[in-house]
Design a protein around this ligand. Structure first.
Ligand code: PLP
Length: 406
C-alpha cells in the first residue's frame, strides 16, 4: 500500500473496501450481523421476531441458565466488572485461580490455565510451543484460530487431508527429522461436520516419532465422553495428549477457554503465551459463570443424555423425511450439504422467515461447492421444536430440488 497523506484522495480507502464488499455480495458471500435481544432456552428474540435456535453452540442449554447468571453477578460484585490488568500484573483474582483449579480437577489433568477465548488461546499457545526451526502437521479442516496460531509461530506447516491418518503418517515419516520440535494440531470434534480426530492412529504415531499432540476440542468438551471430558475421553486417550484446548463459550454457556495438561505446561505458558501475558484477564463475571457451568456439567449428566436423545430424535426425523445428513452419526453438529452458496443462503433466509435460525455456512468457512446448513442440537430443544424444524426444512428442500431440476 502506498502511504501518501497528500496525494491520496480521502475516498480511496472507502472505495477499496466497498469494492471488496461488493465482490463478496456478487458471490453471495457477504455476511451481516443479526442482533439478539433476548434468549430463553432455545428461543431467541430478534428484530425479525422469535427464532428457534438451531445455529448456536449452546449444546447443553446453559447460555441463559439462571444459576449461571447469578454466579456471574456474584463474581462481578466480589472483584468488580473488569480485572483491570493482565493476570501477571494485578488481574489474577481468586475467581481466576478457582476456575483453573476446577478445570484441572474436572478434566483429571495435573493443571489447567484459562484464557480469554479459544481464539486467543490458540494464537498464543501454538507460537509459544514451536517456532522457526520446528514443524506443525495440521488437519486441513482445522479451525481458523489453529491456522492463525500456526502461521504466527513461523514453523513449517504441513497440512494433511482431513482425518487421513495414513497421509499424516507418511508426512511425519518424511518430514519429522528435518526439524527440531514437531506438533500435530487437530480439532477434537470438527466444527463443520461433527466428526472426530483419528486419535487411535495419531497417538501411536507420535510415540514412534517424538511428536507432540495438540487437540482443540472446542465442540467436544462438556458434551463428549461419559463424563463430558470431551473427545479425548470419548476415544479413550486421556492422559496421552500433551496439550488439550477447550472453550468455555460453547457447551459451558459462558466465555473464555482453557488448556489442560501438565503443571510444567501451565508454568511455561504463563511465561511464554503472548495472548495470556499481554491481554487483560477475563472478566471476573465470566470466570465465575464458567466455574458454575463446570459444576453443572459435572453434577447433571442428564443434560448430556437429553442432548444425545435430541440428536437421535432429529436424525430419525430427517431420515423419515428423506433428508440426508452427513457427518458423524452421533454428533450434535448435523450438516446438511446443499452445495451451491446462493441456494444455501436462500434456504437459510426462508427458515428465518418461518421462525428458525440455522447456520448457512459458505466459503471461506467450508470448501467451495460444499455450502451447507449446519444444524446444531441442544439439550434445551423440545421434540416439538425439532419436529417443526424438520417439517419446514423438508418443504424448503423439496421446493429447492424442484426448482433446480426444472
Ligand atoms: C469455536 C472454536 C474456537 C474459538 O473459541 P472461542 O472461545 O469462541 O474463541 C477455537 N477452536 C475451535 C476448534 C472452535 O470450534
Amino acid at each position: 500500500m502506498s502511504q501518501n497523506p497528500l496525494g491520496v484522495a480521502p475516498s480511496s480507502f472507502v472505495d477499496a473496501l466497498s469494492a471488496e464488499l461488493e465482490s463478496l455480495r456478487d458471490r453471495d458471500l457477504e455476511r451481516h450481523l443479526r442482533p439478539v435481544t433476548g434468549r430463553r432456552g432455545a428461543v431467541l428474540q430478534t428484530d425479525r421476531g422469535p427464532l428457534i435456535d438451531f445455529a448456536s453452540n449452546d449444546y447443553l442449554g446453559l447460555a441463559c441458565d439462571p444459576r449461571l447468571m447469578g454466579d456471574a453477578a456474584i463474581g462481578a460484585s466480589r472483584v468488580g466488572t473488569g480485572a483491570a490488568a493482565s493476570r501477571l500484573i494485578a488481574g489474577d483474582t481468586a475467581e481466576h485461580e478457582k476456575l483453573d483449579h476446577a478445570l484441572a480437577e474436572f478434566f483429571g489433568a495435573e493443571a489447567a490455565l484459562s484464557f480469554s477465548s479459544g481464539y486467543s488461546a490458540n494464537v498464543g499457545i501454538i507460537p509459544a510451543l514451536v517456532g522457526r526451526n520446528d514443524v506443525i502437521f495440521s488437519d486441513e479442516l482445522n479451525h481458523a484460530s489453529l491456522i492463525d496460531g500456526a502461521r504466527l509461530s513461523r514453523a513449517t506447516v504441513h497440512v494433511y487431508p482431513h482425518r487421513d491418518a495414513a497421509a499424516l503418517a507418511r508426512l511425519v515419516e518424511s518430514e519429522r527429522t528435518k526439524h527440531g520440535r514437531a506438533l500435530i494440531v487437530t480439532d477434537g470434534m470438527f466444527s463443520m461436520d461433527g466428526d472426530l480426530a483419528p486419535l487411535g492412529a495419531i497417538i501411536p504415531l507420535v510415540r514412534r516419532h517424538d511428536v507432540w499432540t495438540y487437540v482443540d476440542d472446542a465442540h467436544g468438551v462438556g458434551v463428549n465422553g461419559n463424563h463430558g471430558r470431551g473427545t479425548v475421553e470419548a476415544l479413550g486417550f486421556e492422559g496421552q495428549v500433551d496439550i488439550t484446548i477447550g472453550t468455555l463459550g460453547k457447551a459451558f454457556g459462558a466465555a473464555g477457554a482453557f488448556v489442560t495438561g501438565s503443571r510444567v505446561l501451565r508454568d511455561f505458558l504463563i511465561n511464554r503465551a503472548r495472548s495470556f501475558i499481554f491481554s487483560t484477564a477475563p472478566m471476573p463475571a465470566q470466570v465465575a459463570a464458567a466455574r458454575g457451568a463446570l459444576a453443572v456439567v459435572k453434577n447433571e449428566p442428564e443434560l448430556r443424555l437429553r442432548l444425545r436423545e435430541n440428536c437421535r430424535y432429529l436424525r430419525i426425523a430427517l431420515a423419515t423425511h428423506g433428508i440426508h445428513a452427513s457427518g458423524d452419526a452421533e454428533s450434535h453438529i448435523i450438516p446438511i450439504v446443499i452445495g451451491n452458496a446462493a441456494t444455501t443462503v436462500a434456504i437459510g433466509a426462508s427458515l428465518v422467515e418461518q421462525g428458525f435460525l440455522v447456520g448457512a455456512v459458505r466459503p471461506p468457512t467450508v470448501a467451495a461447492g460444499t455450502s451447507r446448513l449446519r444444524v446444531t442440537v441442544s439439550a434445551a430443544h423440545t421434540h416439538t421444536q425439532i419436529d417443526q424444524l424438520v417439517n419446514v426444512l423438508a418443504a424448503l428442500l423439496e421446493f429447492a430440488n424442484e426448482r433446480s431440476s426444472r
